[in-house]
Every structure is written in structure tokens, then in C-alpha cells.
Design a protein around this ligand. Sequence first.
Ligand code: MRU
Length: 370
Amino acid sequence: MKIDGTPYRSVWVDPDDGWSVRIFDQTKLPWALDILRLTTLEQAAHAIRSMQVRGAPLIGAVAAYGVCLALRGDAAEAALRADAADAALERDGAMLAATRPTAVNLRWAIDRMLGVLRPLAPAERVAAAWAEAGRIADEDVAQCEAIGRHGVELIAAIAARTGRRVNVLTHCNAGWLATVDWGTALAPVYMAFERGIDMHVWVDETRPRNQGASLTAWELASHGVPHTVIADNAGGHLMQHGQVDLVIVGTDRVTRTGDVANKIGTYLKALAAHDNGVPFWIGLPSTTIDWTVADGVREIPIEERSGAEVTEITGRTADGRIETVRITPSEAANPAFDVTPARLVTGLITERGRCAASAEGLLSLFPERR
Ligand code: MRU
């Protein structure tokens, strides 16, 4: 997507050296657009852990590039002995996989990289790794673009039926910053905007890290998409008063039965949508489906992050300084995700089309999983 008219992806290989990895430091947005250069496994792992990069598909892509950087670092070791190279590959993959627990794309991308690299001789692995990571990134872009095409029909249908502006509510950031490009939940929004559909987005601020207020709002503003940031608690009220036509959110892991793990607070929005008859859709690439899990509430690991993310808040002062202040003297708990049961989900928008949030629905689009 574009920033000030220039197209960007959220992760790319530096064209000057052909190997180092470039990302935006998302912890600095919306106040600064800092581009970081990753050159080591440790830097890639830190970027994921500290949420310089975040969002399930982007975490997967950066982990894939992290494997490339690890191999480059291990190259001297690999040249010595094949068994040492194999051990280093497994060790590095495990280290990256441990950076964040909930988004399944992380494990998926590392498994795919290691699956391609294991059978190769150590000397062949570095070039093969960059090629595979590039394919993972390109495929993510294609999948998100397809999610947009399948999801925009929902927005277009509401516009045609009502003949007025369509109000979409979204939670957290599932835009292009959370993927390699386009986004998941926001891909249909961007396509509706490009089609000229009159549309407005309610953006949940998404406490405690404010991905909505700081990232989704920034993305939408950069594209000129009409939007309004709301407190997380406002969505139910807006739904009761007919001001939300449709909810679209992303996800970090979907079970084979259609349960949806997403940023904390998503479940409450789904309850409110259900109570008010508002359609509640999920945008996801198939890389976010965990075919090994059936019961999302019991089986999906929920990341517990530092309580400081709740007790402190960062913002810009009137004179332009970025400051962090404490908002309570108490300690805080900070579960970062929740699980919305499939029964509260209207449907899933994938790169292969839309389906019910159920085992049968998913299998109708992915019959090879039967
Ligand atoms: O903790 P984050 O910011 O990495 O959370 C992940 C997300 O961006 C959201 O949960 C999002 O809605 C799903 S990822 C497209």
C-alpha cells in the first residue's frame, strides 16, 4: 500500500545489498516512520517479540526472513560439518518459534522454511532460504488481495441494499501493517474505497497497545479512508443505535471448527454484534488456520504480556515529545488475545472465498484437508 503516494510492503529485502531485511518499527507509529534494518537472527527475534513487527501474517513472513539471517550467521559453522548445520537450523527455528505463542502463522512459516531446507546440503541452504522467504511474502500478498476481493462484495451488497454510507467496525490492526500488504480485515475496506463505495470505518482504539488508534487509524488516514477512532467500550452502543452495518476483524489463529483467536476484546464485540444482529466476519489467509486444534477456548495458547502495557500509556505531548506515563499505581494483568466461539461468527473470508465458521464450512473451501 502507499505512504504519501509511494508503494511499500511491511517487510522487504534491501535492494542495495540484496540480503538484509527492512521493516517499519511499528512501535514508533503513528508519530514516526522509522525503517529498521535487520541483519541477524537475534534482531529478527527481537523485532517479533517487542512488536516492532506484529500481526499474524507479518510475524510469519519476518520469521521466515529470520531463518535466512540465522543461516547467514551460521554459514561458517555450516561449512564445517553437516550435523552442526542441521543442529543450528533446528535451534534457530525453535528460538524464533518461541518469540510469540498465539499467532499460528509463526509456526507455519518456520515449519515451511525448515521443511524446504532440511533435505538440502548446508551450502545450498542460504540461497534456497531467501527464495522461500520471498515466496512466503509474495503468497501472503496474493492471499490478502484475494481476501479483499471476496470481502468487498459484503460491503458492496450493504451499500446497494441501503443506498447510504456503509459503516464498518474493526478491532486491532488487521491492515497492511499486520500482513505483507493489503491486510486481512482491511483488504475489503481498501477495495471498497477504491471502488468508490461510500464507506466509513469505526476503529476500536484496542487497549492496551492501541493498535487501532495508532496503526489502523494511521493506515486509513494515509489512504484517505473516512474513519473515526472509538473507545473499545463504544462498539456495543453504536450497534444498538444502528450505526454499525458490519464488523470485520482479523485473526491470529482459527481452529478447524471455526473458533477465532484475535486481539483481546474481540469476543466482547462478537457478543454485542450477535445481540444486535450485526454481521460479524473474519478476514484470514489459510496460513492462519490451525488444522490441529478443534476447541479454541481450551486449546489455543493465549499470550500473557507485561502488565506495564496496561499500567502505562505512551503518547505525544503538546510540544512534540513522546512520553510514557503511568495511569494507575496498581499492578495489572494483560492477556493479549481472546477466543470468539464459532457460533458468534457470521463467516470467514479466506483467499478461496467465504464460508461458514465451522468444520464443514472450512472443508468446503479446503477439501484437501478432509
Ligand atoms: O499482538 P498483535 O498486534 O501482533 O496482534 C495481532 C493482530 O494484529 C490482531 O490480533 C489482528 O487482529 C489479527 S492479525 C491480522
